[in-house]
Design a protein around this ligand. Sequence first.
Ligand code: AMP
Ligand code: MG
Length: 344
Amino acid sequence: MQTQLLPVTPESLAEAGELIRSGALLAFPTETVYGLGANALDAAAVKRIFEAKGRPGDNPLIVHISAIDQLSALAACAPGPAAQKLMAACWPGPMTLIFPKSAAVPAEVTAGLDTVAIRYPAHPAARALIDAARRPIAAPSANRSGRPSPTTAAHVLEDMDGRIPLILDGGPCDVGLESTVIDVTGDVPRILRPGGVTPERVREICGGVAVDDAVLRPLRAGEKPRSPGMKYRHYAPAGALTVVQGEESAVIAAIRRLYDDALAQGKHPLILALDAHIPAYGDRRTLSLGADAKAMARSMFARLREADGLGADVLFSEAIATDGVGLAVMNRLERAAGFCVKNL
Ligand code: AMP
Ligand code: MG
């Protein structure tokens, strides 16, 4: 299959809408990461998403809508008070809510769960695509399963060339990490996956928030996660990544030592560091994660892909504090490292 890469125009959107209605897949930009979309109400089309990604069938998808009134066909009941407040404050935006599912949503989308994940994205191209398709769009991130999520159309092409007919190119993604997934089926909103909408913000809006404790640790043997995606190794670069956490100067000293040891062993190490710390690593090979947690969210997946391109076989990354969007950054970074975290 030939993969077309097209800018977002009325013509490409019309073609994309037609492709979705015909049961095909395509990749499109959102404010979080690029999505790999199909008609959410077409089970056969949804199955193709799992095939193209190599995604395990028990990892459910998020259904994207382009107006709040599309929710009632997908959710089995009206949103409760906490969900309504979150929707009013954060939609359209990088937030996914979990509702009891309606019969219209195929089991393939929800991996057999009786709940469905819904998001109303802010990116104008994503909304225009849903409008053009006149269908809700089920979409996970448009990477091959296990790889870092794509934040540019070029990343999507790396993973999906020849597997899908069309990639809509809307430039780099603004947030850079996947949406915050919040379970609103209980009394208190529970964050299952952190993202651009932070726990602090959810507390401000709803007066309370719970953060699933599996967010920053590996699952225990036999543990069934509330968010099925949590059990898979994710976002991983080809090289072995270690995250180093602790006081700033101790982290820099430790990473320098780890790098030098790796080099002495004939390896090809690479350091991922905040802008302000780059000079402290001297002539060692570094990639910048940006100035702060927000910049790190935006750049992290791109840097992990670049590390592969540079042939890095061992990587050492600085950690960041877990307040605000830092929680989402550390959630992804620790998974990319397979939880190889060195605490100083
Ligand atoms: P992705 O679209 O690749 O970013 O993955 C979507 C994530 O949303 C999955 O990994 C799931 O963990 C989560 N998710 C989707 N549907 C549900 C659901 N019904 N209940 C809990 N988590 C869900
Ligand atoms: Mg994903």
